[in-house]
Design a protein around this ligand. Structure first.
Ligand SMILES: [Zn+2]
Length: 244
């Protein structure tokens, strides 16, 4: 992806992928500057302009979904127009659209099976992760011909297990479903490690741990990204993926 836009571009075979930052857009504070979400209180024209900036960088129209922290996956129909759906993951074999997932602390998870030509983008916060959004995403990819052991994954900038503090009961409930999420904050209180949970959930679906790239900053610690924990009125950045 050729880009003047500040972004992190994970290497996924068969795809071009990026995680946008706060930089490069037109929104005013506290949405400065590359806010991609309409539901957060930002000026709608600014969001439209920001989405066009990202689409221009990616070189294809972006498909967004109305995200509700569910495990619902939307498989893009081929071919034809794409309606805005309520879902928390997008899967396609199409090469004329880029898939976009918005986050600010939740995980933007991008997936690709180069041999099958199937890509996906998922929104995985605590509720969606525990509800099985990643397992459902892999299952939908398999329906289109992907094989779990070939799938490469990037788990983008998100709250880390040393920052994502939760009540003890919430930590216990989460760990009952995904034991690897149990964590402690750097100040010693109960926490959830979403990324460890993603590796465990993807592993249950047959994705190899060595195919999962977790090397991205913590949104709560790094001001280059929007963080809902740091400021509840804020924007959303995106994980974006298209076929190569
Ligand atoms: Zn952190």
């Amino acid at each position: 992806m050729t880009t003047a836009l500040p972004a992190r571009a994970p290497r996924l075979r068969g795809a071009r992928a990026l995680f946008t930052t706060r930089t490069g857009g037109v929104s005013a504070a506290p949405f400065d500057a590359l806010n991609l979400a309409r539901h957060v209180g930002d000026d709608d024209a600014a969001v439209t302009a920001n989405r066009e900036i990202v689409a221009g960088t990616v070189g294809l129209p972006l498909v967004f979904v109305d995200q509700v922290h569910s495990a619902q996956v939307h498989v893009l129909p081929a071919p034809g127009p794409v309606p805005v759906m309520t879902a928390d993951a997008l899967v396609t074999g199409r090469d004329d659209m880029a898939l976009a997932i918005m986050v600010a602390d939740c995980m933007p998870v991008l997936l690709s099976d180069a041999e099958a030509g199937v890509i996906a983008a998922a929104h995985a916060g605590r509720p969606g992760l525990l509800a099985g959004v990643l397992e459902n995403t892999v299952a939908a990819m398999v329906q289109l011909g992907a094989r779990p052991e070939r799938i490469e994954v990037a788990v983008g900038p998100s709250a880390c297990g040393s920052c994502y503090e939760v009540p003890q009961e919430m930590a216990d409930a989460a760990a009952e479903q995904l034991p690897s999420v149990r964590s402690r904050t750097s100040w010693g209180t109960p926490a959830i490690d979403l990324r460890a949970g993603a590796v465990e959930a993807l592993g249950r679906s047959g994705v190899r741990a060595y195919s999962i790239d977790l090397d991205f900053p913590c949104t709560i610690e790094d001001p280059a990204w929007f963080s809902y924990r740091r400021a509840s009125t804020t924007g959303r950045f995106a994980g974006v993926i298209r076929r190569a």
